[in-house]
Design a binder for this molecule. Structure first.
Ligand SMILES: Nc1ncnc2c1ncn2[C@@H]1O[C@H](COP(=O)(O)OP(=O)(O)OP(=O)(O)O)[C@@H](O)[C@H]1O
Ligand SMILES: [Mg+2]
Length: 417
């Protein structure tokens, strides 16, 4: 009887079937093979929370190692971190992959262990002393980092290899780190044409964060990771089950696919709980899916509470207004502004943070916003839709929302508290 649940609801957990991503992964491998002249040799992989950025980075890293024989360094940027020092520290052990190159590699290792101790470590101390330092002089943080990359890159070029550095959660990196990283890429990869590829992954707000790096930011190519197509969602569900001898009834599969709306995290979460509800059955049915989704929604509501609690009051009010006016449908920002009795300009900060920083809203068209996840939109509608909208509803959806909300007790939450 099958009992090992194959689905992986979580963050940073690679799925058993990485559906719908062959295109971006193949293109990246082709760019790495082509070398630093390729416009996508270094790029940013952007997308909303849970769309699968880390899973794609991991898959690219695995293939860079297995197919190209490249050392790979994965690092996660942190607000309080020292990105250049972390990448430098990760680089040295990753180069062990070149052990097969024998004496040449041992020379490099020796060379770097001396340079590394004198350079990057002292750079870390300096960076700690002055977090806003962007100095590039020899011996300072970015200067030592550039030298490290240059040595490693020269070795890679001379041995017909390359190095891949991936920087996840890149939007959280400190400004000096982004400036330092951009400067290093420009010097070592763009100008000296050494094969050190860097892939940044993060929320769409990375575009603004990297803006501090000037022309580098303008030229960095961006790959936006979209939600899964219905076929990809189906594949992500069917293949792992089939490998364990379990089928999905066609209507059950349609239901999970529709309810997860292409969001990879929901595909895994609903798949996981449907499997649990199946209790070892060889076919997963609509009844299993319905039971599974009920459990999954309890999990999700707990997560939504946490997300809501981390928002500023203005952001909460903005979301409430979106929920009141359109539910999970697109809503004109002018309507949000009118319902909150503010100008659209006064809402810019809240809107931008909700779209770019939190990834909770998206812009489906000019001057519009929409909940990224309709589950979150529904939850806000049910729990926090407290804005008295002066806008007359013009669709049945809006009319229903407003009627439902008016029927509820209103805790009263102003826009600015
Ligand atoms: N192509 C895919 N097919 C099926 N499931 C996927 C796919 N990509 C990711 N997942 C699943 O979706 C969830 C989120 O994936 P991942 O952590 O890679 O997203 P992310 O974009 O890095 O999220 P975050 O923004 O929180 O860092 C995980 O449960 C993962 O197993
Ligand atoms: Mg991630």
């Amino acid at each position: 009887m099958p009992n090992r649940n194959p689905y992986t609801p979580g963050f940073g957990l690679s799925p058993p079937t990485l559906a719908g991503r062959a295109g971006v992964i193949d293109e990246t491998l082709a760019a790495l093979r082509a070398g630093p002249r390729h416009p996508r040799f270094c790029f940013a992989l952007l997308g909303h929370r849970g769309v699968g950025k880390t899973s794609v980075l991991d898959a690219i890293g695995e293939r860079a190692t297995s197919e190209l024989g490249w050392p790979v360094v994965h690092r996660q940027a942190m607000r309080e971190g020292d990105l250049l020092g972390d990448v430098g520290e990760g680089l040295i052990p990753a180069l062990g992959h070149w052990n097969r190159l024998g004496r040449d590699y041992r020379h490099l290792e020796k060379d770097l262990s001396i340079g590394f101790n004198l350079g990057v470590v002292s750079a870390k101390a300096k960076a700690k002393a002055n977090v806003h330092s962007t100095a590039t002089a020899e011996g300072s943080g970015p200067g030592a980092f550039v030298e490290l990359l240059r040595k490693v890159g020269t070795f890679a070029r001379d041995h017909d290899s390359g190095v891949l550095i991936t920087i996840d959660e890149a939007m959280t990196a400190r400004r000096p780190d982004l400036v330092g990283m951009a400067g290093a890429i420009q010097t070592v990869v763009n100008r000296s044409q050494l094969p050190i590829a860097v892939i940044f992954a993060g929320l769409p707000s990375f575009r603004e964060a990297i803006g501090v790096a000037g022309t580098f930011a303008e030229r960095l190519s961006v790959q936006n990771l979209a939600d899964l197509s219905p076929d990809a969602s189906r594949l992500a569900l069917v293949e792992p089950a089939a490998q364990l001898g379990v089928r999905w009834a066609p209507e059950a599969l349609d239901l999970v696919t529709a309810r997860s709306a292409g969001h990879p995290y929901y595909v895994q979460l609903f798949g996981y709980h449907s499997w649990e509800a199946g209790g070892g059955a060889e076919e997963l049915t609509v009844a299993h899916v319905e039971a599974g989704i009920r459990v999954a929604e309890t999990d999700l509501h707990g997560q939504f509470e946490g997300t809501w609690g981390r928002l500023r009051p203005q952001e909460q009010s903005f979301l409430s207004a979106v929920a009141v006016i359109g539910g999970s449908e697109p809503v004109p920002i002018v309507a949000v502004a009118a319902s909150l009795k503010r100008s659209t300009g006064q809402l810019d900060v809240a809107r931008n943070r909700l779209v770019y920083q939190h990834g909770l809203l998206r812009s489906p068209g000019r001057g519009q916003v929409q909940f990224h996840s309709h589950q979150f939109g529904d939850w806000v509608s049910e729990n926090h839709a407290v804005v008295a909208s002066p806008i007359r509803p013009n669709t049945s959806q809006q009319a229903q929302n407003i009627k439902a909300i008016r029927a509820r007790p209103q805790p009263g939450r102003g826009f600015e508290r």
